[in-house]
Design a protein around this ligand. Structure first.
Ligand code: S3P
Length: 185
């Protein structure tokens, strides 16, 4: 990846539901002393509603609109770890905005692992289907080209948090060092 940043760059985590974006993001932010934000939490705080209720009452398109607004705001931040919802990739403009001042990492996991991880969290509106495993496989293959827009793919299945985090940290430092200093062209 050859991009240089004017400001202290963000770490942006994208990836399917249940790939560990929030858990990895919180650990990364505390280890790197960067601030942490989660797009889904911003949407819930700003609208004073749960994501499930937004989907149910106003539909997915409306949720995507709120999501893009939140992305637009956080893309102006610097030195943050930004965790996103699994569908943020569906609008290409979201990813280009996030890349303006961020290194984008896509966390991946096998469908079986995702199923295991999300089966305790029944709040996810898009997985409220009779066969969640089948839904996961279908959505993963539909979204694959979108997730591949990330700067880096990080496989999480069979890896510990420490391994995932040191992998991301190593890549991020190499990129952050490439930041333009004010007196250099
Ligand atoms: C979604 C993922 C969810 C949340 C919403 C839609 C998706 O976030 O944004 O339910 O389209 O994949 P998580 O990936 O944090 O579960």
């Amino acid at each position: 990846m050859k991009r240089s940043f004017q400001k202290q760059p963000n770490i942006v985590l994208i990836g399917f539901m249940g790939t560990g974006k929030s858990s990895v993001g919180k650990r990364l932010s505390s280890q790197l002393r960067m601030r942490y934000v989660d797009i889904d939490s911003i949407i819930e705080q700003d609208s004073q509603r749960l994501i499930t209720d937004i989907f149910e009452e106003d539909g997915e398109d409306y949720f995507r609109k709120l999501e893009s607004e939140a992305v637009n705001n956080v893309s102006n931040y610097d030195n943050h770890v930004i965790s996103t919802g699994g569908g943020v990739v569906l609008r290409e403009s979201n990813i280009s905005r996030l890349k303006e001042n961020g290194v984008v990492f896509c966390l991946t996991a096998t469908p079986e692992e995702i199923f295991k991880r999300v089966s305790h969290h029944t709040h996810r509106p898009l997985l409220q289907t009779p066969d969640a495993m089948d839904t996961i496989r279908t959505m993963l293959s539909e979204r694959k080209p979108y997730y591949e827009k990330a700067d880096y793919m990080i496989h999480t299945t069979g890896r510990t948090f420490d391994e995932i985090i040191s992998h991301i940290k190593g890549i991020f430092y190499r990129n952050a060092l490439r930041r333009k200093s004010p007196d250099k062209k």
